[in-house]
Write a protein that binds this ligand. Sequence first.
Ligand code: PLP
Length: 345
Amino acid sequence: MSAVYRVDLGAFADNLRRIRETVAPAEHMLVVKDDAYAHGLAAVVTRARDEGVRWFGAFDVETGVAVRETLGPDVRIFVWLLGGADDLATGAAAGLDLGIGDQALLDALEALPAGGPPARVHLKIDTGLHRNGIRPERWDAALDTVAALVAAGRAELTGIWSHISEASDEDDDDARALFIAAREAAAGRGLTPAVAHLAASAAGFARAPFREDLVRIGAFSYGIRPAGGPSDVELGIRPIGTVDAAVLDVADTAVHLDVGSLHGLPQTLAGRFDVRTPAGPRRVRGIEPTRLVVDPWPGAQRGQRVAVFGGGAEVTATDLAELVDTIGEEIALRVSPVLPRVYEG
Ligand SMILES: *Cc1c(COP(=O)(O)O)cnc(C)c1O
């Protein structure tokens, strides 16, 4: 068997339990963008649903519809990349929760043909990241539009939300103050959404006041800890994916494995980490496009399995990320789609 990406769904279920206990009484929205952080959308959302997850953060409408088709009507699916009227119509028809962060989209929603159940709108306030979100000075005008949509039975204001940098506590505190003001402005107009959500993995774990009703957690669900932050053990999570390679051939001075930079390993990692061989850790000396060059071990032979990185290896995605000054997601998301995903647990 050639190289595969092993995904331990038992470890995933443990991470989900850990997250549920940590953020309670808030609920976990499992973020599944980028093919569930490259672990494979269908298997991940199916197991999560079986473990009791009710909210999914799908990013774009196409992914949201895929989750709906996989899981059926009983889950909530939040999408926040909406290109225009077509996305709004498709998302509303699929019963998705629509994250709306600009006035033009609200206007497009108003212009859609009437009929059908009210669209579920989560209105996004820009609390400083400037990625998307209604600027505070335009919030009142947006609430006017939402109030009109609600009065006409075209929409319900289901949520108010924002995204924070999680880079410094001070910035996040400022963002939270803007968020609370926005929610109070809505309440002053009689608009009281069922859910508020603000935090992702890091603040959701570290800062209780940021949990609100829902915490949108991607990275920690998959066991990807923050670079330079607390350890897996401190967080109580572990990586669910492992890049599992095969020995291609054995020379006197090196063993070659069947993954390389084209499968997602940055070449700058050469010489800097160990893989887990049947004889224990061995240093990676070279990263070629389709091969790893590794220090030899006695009894090495073609076909033996070697764990390159991940939950079952010597190093995790975030360990590798720290060596090249990036974040664990960057390494995890580079795992090539050509490696078959193999599910266990
Ligand atoms: C990706 C994303 C998340 C999840 O972030 P993690 O740090 O992976 O938990 C949450 N909210 C939004 C808006 C995102 O884009």
